[in-house]
Design a protein. Structure first.
Ligand code: ADP
Ligand code: SF4
Ligand code: MG
Length: 348
């Protein structure tokens, strides 16, 4: 799937006439591809536009601009039955397993709905298919007549996964599927998703708000800040050598397994909140919080000009960074240098 220059804005309305007074630039020119069978992680702070990207890809939201192509086919041009047929190929697992299930529907009804919509497993085959789906996600098929309130958070998320699987999709957008769950059961749900991916050859867009969660599950990672991608890299490259100052800060918040390294780990704490997406900063959107810019003497270009996503030199496969100072970043050889860069050399 190829996503090109995607823009999704939401109107801000005001006054008694509910006139549009501005726009929330939730997604503001985002391009990337998702390869068959891979897991692409999409990471960024809350409010950066991750969910909006996911919802647009599965066609819950219409973008204002941009293209979404699948094997060359323009998905945004589809209407009616052609759209319905294609929609089946993309499903979503939602962040909040409590809000995403209808409390008045039994598990069986919840799973029957997508089958009915897409005319799958008709007649007596349907209850067999529902039992199979429950087994696939590790739930007892005897639970079929129970209601959502009778399940734990982890079990509800399994029901959400079964609902997504019901129509035999190719791509599943997993929108922070474990962040509302107890830490003790998060790994089980990740393991289930990985198992299902292998079994059915699924492709995942896996959304998370920190880099710790996607580390093991993602093949490549896209880092998003305020409606834009700031870095795109293979997991190996991103975790061993993040380049964008925002990615470096995000990674510095992730604990490391080695005890000695963990004791000496120093976090880069970003100053200030994420700015409002209804009036994003000019130039590089990260300039109001960028520690590298300060170190470089606050160059004007960061405020005046938007940095495009470019490959670092020497070019590494699949690596792209949106910063005017990629050579400077590349020259900082080790993460320690980066941390040193945030600490004034001479406090006096
Ligand atoms: N339906 C909507 N109407 C208006 N604003 C929205 C809507 N959905 C999301 N937004 C805004 O768009 C921005 C991006 O939101 P979202 O995609 O949910 O980010 P994330 O998933 O990264 O937290 C936020 O500022 C959010 O408030
Ligand atoms: S372009 Fe400037 S503000 Fe943006 S990340 Fe690079 S150094 Fe920081
Ligand atoms: Mg979200």
């Amino acid at each position: 799937m190829e996503v090109a220059d995607l823009r999704v804005w939401f109107p801000v309305t005001g006054g008694i006439l509910r006139r549009t007074t501005g726009w929330v630039h939730a997604v503001d020119g985002v391009s990337f591809e998702i390869r068959r069978g891979e897991t692409l992680g999409l990471v960024g702070e809350s409010g950066s536009g991750k969910t909006t990207v996911g919802r647009t890809i599965v066609r819950i939201i219409e973008p204002r601009e941009g293209a979404i192509r699948l094997d060359g086919m323009d998905l945004l041009a589809l209407r009616g039955s052609a759209l319905r047929r294609q929609r089946r190929r993309f499903q979503m697992v939602f962040q909040d397993p409590y809000a995403s299930l209808d409390p008045r529907q039994t598990v069986g009804d919840t799973l029957a709905e997508p089958l009915r919509t897409h005319d799958l497993a008709t007649g007596p085959a349907r209850s067999g298919r529902i039992a199979e789906l429950l087994r696939l996600v590790g739930l007892d098929p005897a639970f079929v007549n129970r209601y959502p309130h009778e399940f734990s958070g982890g079990q509800r998320q399994r029901i959400g996964i079964a609902r997504a699987l019901a129509v035999e999709p190719e791509l599943i957008v997993c929108d922070e599927p474990i962040s509302a769950l107890d830490v003790s059961i998060q790994a089980q749900v990740i393991n289930l998703l990985e198992h299902l991916q292998r079994e059915f050859g699924l492709t995942y867009l896996f959304i998370a708000h920190d880099l710790a969660v996607v580390r093991h599950i993602a093949d490549r990672v896209a880092v998003m800040y305020l409606g834009k991608l700031v870095e795109l890299a293979s997991s190996d490259a991103l975790y061993s050598r993040p380049l964008h100052p925002y990615s470096v800060a995000l990674l510095s918040a992730v604990p490391v397994p080695d005890a000695a390294a963990e004791r000496s780990r120093r976090r880069i704490i970003l100053q200030g909140d994420i700015p409002s997406p209804s009036s994003p900063p000019s130039g590089c959107r990260f300039h109001t919080r960028c520690w590298l810019r300060e170190r470089l003497g606050n160059p004007e270009v960061c405020v005046s000009t938007e940095p495009p996503l470019t490959a670092p030199e020497p070019a590494q496969p699949d690596h792209a960074v949106a910063c005017h100072f990629v050579p400077e970043l590349t020259r900082m050889a080790r993460p320690d240098d980066v941390v040193a860069a945030t600490t004034p050399a001479n406090p006096a």
